[in-house]
Design a protein around this ligand. Structure first.
Ligand code: TYC
Length: 113
């Protein structure tokens, strides 16, 4: 048997269970945007200097740092870490300052993930 035109849902009924669609919202979890820090290859910066930078500013052990340096040397670029903006920016500044102080053309940059 079909319902008459005026039929609505049970929600208007005085007693009994409320029936309807839940519209409760959950606050979306806010995740900060992440930034990749990249190291670029060049022809002049000594390999040992790059290894030292990776150990000093990115907490890598010697083997990890050496391997990543070789990846950059062969491929031209590599991601050295992913951080929140302020941390990524600080790493880039630290590396660029350090390279400049030692007169090496090493380039480090960041890119939004
Ligand atoms: N290509 C450099 C050399 O042959 C070494 C190097 C590696 C430089 C990684 C920069 O990000 C770099 N001396």
């Amino acid at each position: 048997m079909s319902k008459p035109d005026w039929w609505m849902a049970d929600k208007d009924a005085p007693d009994g269970p409320e029936i309807g669609v839940s519209v409760k919202t959950r606050a979306k979890t806010q995740r900060p945007p992440l930034y990749k820090v990249l190291i670029l290859n060049d022809d002049y910066t000594p390999m040992e200097f790059v290894v030292h930078v990776l150990e000093r500013f990115f907490g890598m052990d010697h083997a990890q740092a050496f391997e990543l340096m070789l990846t950059v040397h062969r491929k031209g670029v590599a991601v050295v870490g992913v951080f929140a903006y302020e941390i990524a920016e600080t790493k880039v500044t630290q590396v660029m300052d350090f390279a400049q102080r030692h007169q090496h053309p090493l380039q480090c940059t960041l890119e939004k993930e």
